[in-house]
Design a binder for this molecule. Sequence first.
Ligand SMILES: *Cc1c(COP(=O)(O)O)cnc(C)c1O
Length: 495
Amino acid sequence: MKFYSTRSREHQAASMEAVLKGIAPDGGLYTPLDFDSMQVDLGDLLGRNAVEISTLVIGKILDDFAPEEMRALIEAAYDGKFETEDLTPVEKVGDDFVLELFRGPTSAFKDVALSVLPRLIVASREKLGVSEEIAILTATSGDTGKAALEGFHDVAGTRIVVFYPDGGVSDVQKAQMVTQEGGNVRVCAVRGNFDDAQTGVKDIFADDGRSGWAAKSGARLSSANSINIGRLAPQVAYYFKAYCDLVLRGEITLGDEVNFVVPTGNFGDILAGEFARRMGLPVAKLVCASNANNVLTDFIRTGVYDRRREFYKTSSPSMDILVSSNLERYLFLASGGDFDLVAGLMDDLRSRGVYTAPESLMDIMREHFAAGCADDARALEAIGRVWREYEYLMDPHTAVGWAVMEDFKAREDNGCVNVVLSTASPYKFCRDVLSAISDEDPADGFDAMDRLHAATGVPVPERLARLRGLPVRFADCVEKDAMLEYVKDAVRRDA
Ligand SMILES: *Cc1c(COP(=O)(O)O)cnc(C)c1O
């Protein structure tokens, strides 16, 4: 499989190289164009377990790993790490379904991919005979950081630096990151929002691309953000797995189309759904759900992507994003691989903060995508109502998806089964969840955790419960202009 940079014909890579580089030298994102060789036989998947389905689906996308090698890698990646053998169970809630992606070690859906990515990177490094250490740079809106730290800590031949927006993550998320163990990890707050942190990381890559300072320190930069194709591939698997579960339970028959409602930030999770669709999964609509930062809702409806707007801090911080990186990959796919178009649009976004996609492209997008948004009030209302009606406890990100699903059904019910992707445990955001189901006023995130458990009886994920006793290892906080120096220092000093 050939992966193309979305921005120019010159930069192409096979999957191992794409995984190692993370981002193409021209700033584009490695993306496949030809899905013919990636078609999945659904009948063949039925009855297989989660690890087998993942092996098969990821192997179709990253096809220069040998099948046995991929199987061993996936088995080791998930072995004993998730609360359930099933990895990503589907729950029926009322007439609809919730795909629980948060049963992994850090209680967010990013564990599904970040359990696998470090192993893909290490295997690629060995196969390609790369001697430099792989330095992973990651900007996080809260969940990626911890999931990446968990995946990479003490992995030989790698080190990892995580930047998070100061004051932009929940108490529990912050505690998860600043207590991280491991000799090859660094965690640092940035004064700014997530977009500042993400732009800062992209600029560091670009700076290294120009001057090559990392290589001089014996390192090679790579990314654990969803711009890495090795992050995207494992996420495609759970769409197939969920579909098979629905068939096996008799909720649908093989071939029926399904709607997936996806709480969206960087457009990675929902893009994995588009990959699944292009690989043969019967998908009716991918419903893009946003919070008050509804730049994607506007884009899908109008074709104008305009980031020049107020940035809201919401109770679903992992979706507080105005520049959705992976949308670039979708523009590339929907335009049939039009490098110049994508490069032009990304240039407009960078220089003017806005671009307009061609109407022909938007027509293609609207065939397969719908969009909606729900603000904090609606999301919290949904948490309370769904708890009272079904005794099902959602986190605020999942609740945005739920509310958007309700609007979608009211607006254009296409008669298909609806699956809402649930992206985090309610205990990662227990303050807001508690306030949604009661009028208690907790002292902090951990007090809220206890009270939420007392009020609902829903078990607290063990590793979240243990957090409060752990020592804080990282208190660094830098201005965004100082991120480059921070990384250079980490790479040099710890090398
Ligand atoms: C990262 C994240 C999202 C958004 O996923 P994208 O792939 O960035 O669209 C949604 N919910 C939670 C809890 C997340 O951690």
